[in-house]
Design a protein around this ligand. Structure first.
Ligand SMILES: *Cc1c(COP(=O)(O)O)cnc(C)c1O
Ligand code: SF4
Length: 423
């Protein structure tokens, strides 16, 4: 199948769009000025139920809607368009709203390591054993998630250009840091790279024969947004991609595909299922992760069904995240107490093989915080959250449980007060 991109300028070409009311189309155009909009023919034809688009999880995942902005933000953009403001004036308004949407949360641009006194702009090293690499050619995606926490990367104006091509420096860095055992390719989506580009990186890593490198991961949404990447019967490059996966495993390095699935509908067709089988046959393991999102998957039934399907297809459920506070997060956010309930209800509905999933987890400044429970203090009868760092930048702090005062509506750990007992 040929890849066709739809964005704010050409989305009216999507056949199903004809049936949408004109007001909805107009809303998409207005909101897409602020939130980067991109989808493609696979998502549109295979994943979205157009008869019920308003409640369709994948429609909401890809198509901006007016509730994703505050009413006054929406009105400001709308007025600017209606008044036919000159481009630069309209962009001033748009960029001001983007700044209100907290474009760079949780110190994403920190944890940048140095090699021989030079900052590696395109590498993050936060947790002792794992290094993240942002290859320049992998900084976009086959489609854009409306909630995306890396959305500034998809806008010219806010892009901090955090990426690099010099894999030799990354190799050198890993060699010099014996505690690093894993290398994670991330983005954007590294699987939008052609196999030739990716192979260029991988070959150099394999040739380096790093004694401390045990696994390579690819963080990707391509199984949901373009599974043809892994179907040789549809395109020749897929065969090269799978061969490269096999080459990694054959070199004795574990390859883990960190697949991003938000909803079980993304697993429910022959294309994605065959892609999964092909990847597994290459020797790679697929682990899955996704945030909990209001309007998309805020239901224990959806998660339980998704994990059941994943286990049946041989995938390993790995993380359920709390949505970060960026972009249209107010539209998508779920409170910590509700997230904890969704997670536990979902795990209870699945068999033991789905219990590999850790959740709900916040990727916070110091590390990944898991909500372990809501309990009553036996001394004063007050509710409190029990939490732990499943990952901490100081690895000695990992897995130490701690308590925070309970707050029904809090959506992030920094909104909670620590209990005195912690200090
Ligand atoms: C989540 C994350 C990782 C990977 O953590 P795992 O728990 O091993 O999956 C690595 N680096 C950063 C900066 C992260 O946020
Ligand atoms: S696939 Fe990941 S990086 Fe790409 S838009 Fe979605 S959340 Fe963002």
């Amino acid at each position: 199948m040929r890849f066709i991109t739809y964005n704010a300028k050409n989305f009216r070409k999507i056949e199903y769009i004809r049936y949408l009311p004109e007001t909805i189309k107009r809303d998409i155009e207005i909101v897409a000025k602020v939130i980067p909009f991109k989808t493609n023919n696979y998502v549109v034809d295979y994943l979205i139920d157009w008869d019920n688009y308003e409640n369709d999880p994948i429609y909401i995942l890809n198509f901006p809607n007016r509730d994703m902005l505050l009413p006054e933000q929406f009105e400001q953009v709308k007025r600017g368009i209606d008044q036919k403001l000159p481009e630069n004036e309209l962009y001033r308004i748009i960029n001001r709203i983007r700044m209100e949407l907290n474009p760079h949360p949780a110190q994403q641009m920190t944890n940048i390591p140095e090699l021989n006194g030079e900052k590696l702009n395109g590498v993050q090293h936060k947790y002792r054993d794992i290094v993240l690499f942002f290859p320049t050619q992998g900084q976009s995606c086959h489609a854009h998630c409306t909630f995306c926490f890396r959305w500034p990367q998809f806008t010219k104006e806010l892009d901090l250009q955090f990426s690099m091509r010099e894999i030799d420096k990354v190799i050198d860095y890993i060699r010099k840091n014996e505690y690093v055992h894993e290398l994670l390719f991330t983005g954007g989506d590294p699987m939008i790279m052609s196999p030739a580009t990716l192979k260029n990186y991988i070959q150099r890593i394999l040739d380096a024969k790093l004694p401390n490198l045990e696994s390579i991961r690819f963080g990707t949404k391509s199984l949901s947004y373009w599974p043809f990447t892994f179907l040789p019967i549809f395109n020749q490059e897929a065969g090269e991609m799978l061969d490269m996966f096999k080459q990694i495993s054959d070199a004795g390095i574990h390859l883990s595909i960190m697949a991003h699935f938000n909803h079980h509908v993304e697993l429910d067709n022959e294309v994605v299922q065959e892609a999964i089988m092909n990847i597994r046959a290459s020797g790679a393991q697929i682990r899955t992760q996704a945030p909990l999102l209001n309007h998309i998957n805020n239901s224990s039934k959806v998660w339980a069904e998704m994990w059941k399907m994943q286990v049946n297809l041989g995938l390993v459920p790995y993380y359920m995240f709390i949505e970060r506070e960026t972009g249209p997060y107010k539209y998508f956010q779920v409170s910590l107490s509700e997230a904890y309930k969704v997670y536990t209800d979902a795990v209870r509905q699945t068999g033991s093989l789905a219990k590999t999933v850790t959740g709900p987890v916040m990727s916070a400044a110091k590390g990944k915080v898991q909500v372990l429970g809501i309990i009553e203090n036996p001394l004063d009868g007050k509710k409190q959250f029990m939490m732990q760092y499943v990952r901490h930048r100081d690895y000695n702090q990992t897995f130490r449980p701690f308590y925070m005062e309970f707050n029904e509506t809090a959506t992030w750990v920094d909104q909670l007060k620590p209990l005195i007992a912690n200090s």
